[in-house]
Design a binder for this molecule. Structure first.
Ligand code: ZN
Length: 238
């Protein structure tokens, strides 16, 4: 037992560290699988921002345990709930079930990914992580501006000039491996890496059984169908 602990301590000294922004959803869990496969010691970071789908937090915990994360921090971020302005944080707004259109949907949370990345960067600097993994996706992304490559590149640049790590010549890398993949491609990769999709949740309504009708459920179901797999989570209807 003692020997095992020493071995694992030695191993952890050799591994680069990564902060993985983990929501407990399909994309961030796939990202976690990719970071592990790439040999990182993973430090999971989850945000409790008053999201309607609080069940995410339990799922994130299970995913972090599954991947034996070196650490899992759940950050309480009340501000996004206080200001509202999104159907995910304001219970008076309705989650749309009409499918993805041209406009930015009401499920967009103002500034969310900007805040998440900046907090992940703070954490990465403190623990000496060389990368931040985030499961943003620019194709099947529901139309959120903070899921686009332009935004990710801009954040990368901000971290290069605005952090100690960046100024000292080793900026923290923002890794977004899913950025240009379709949902089906993400799922295919995840199945290959044995990502525990049964532990994940995607439904915006946040109940144990997914609704099967919100935009997030639709994207997920379409992805599994196109990838040729059956989604292991339960649905009320689809
Ligand atoms: Zn749903």
């Amino acid at each position: 037992m003692e020997h095992c602990r020493n071995t694992s301590r030695r191993e952890s000294l050799l591994k680069p560290k990564a902060v993985v922004i983990l929501s407990g959803g399909l994309d961030s869990t796939t990202c976690m699988g990719i970071a592990k496969t790439q040999g990182y010691e993973v430090h999971a970071l989850t945000f409790n921002y008053g999201q309607r789908h609080q069940i995410e937090l339990q799922k994130a915990k299970q995913v972090a345990e599954h991947y034996q994360a070196a650490d899992h921090r759940v950050v309480k971020l009340d501000f996004l709930k206080q200001i509202g302005g999104s159907a995910l944080t304001d219970m008076d707004l309705t989650v749309p079930t009409t499918g993805v259109g041209e406009d930015i949907p009401v499920t967009y949370v103002p500034g969310r990914n900007f805040m998440f990345l900046s907090m992940a960067a703070s954490y990465a600097e403190v623990i000496g992580a060389t990368a931040i993994f985030m499961g943003v996706n620019a194709l099947d992304y529901s139309g959120y501006p903070d899921c686009r490559p332009e935004f990710i590149h801009a954040v990368q640049e901000a971290l290069r000039v605005g952090t100690k790590a960046g100024v000292e010549g080793h900026p923290i890398a923002v890794e977004t491996p899913l950025l240009h993949w379709t949902k089906a491609e993400i799922i295919k990769k995840g199945m290959e890496l044995e990502v525990p999709y049964h532990l994940t949740t995607s439904c915006y309504l946040g109940e144990e059984e997914a609704c099967g009708e919100c935009d997030s459920c639709r994207l997920r179901l379409k992805g599994f169908a196109e990838a040729g797999y059956t989604d292991p989570v339960l649905y009320k209807k689809h």
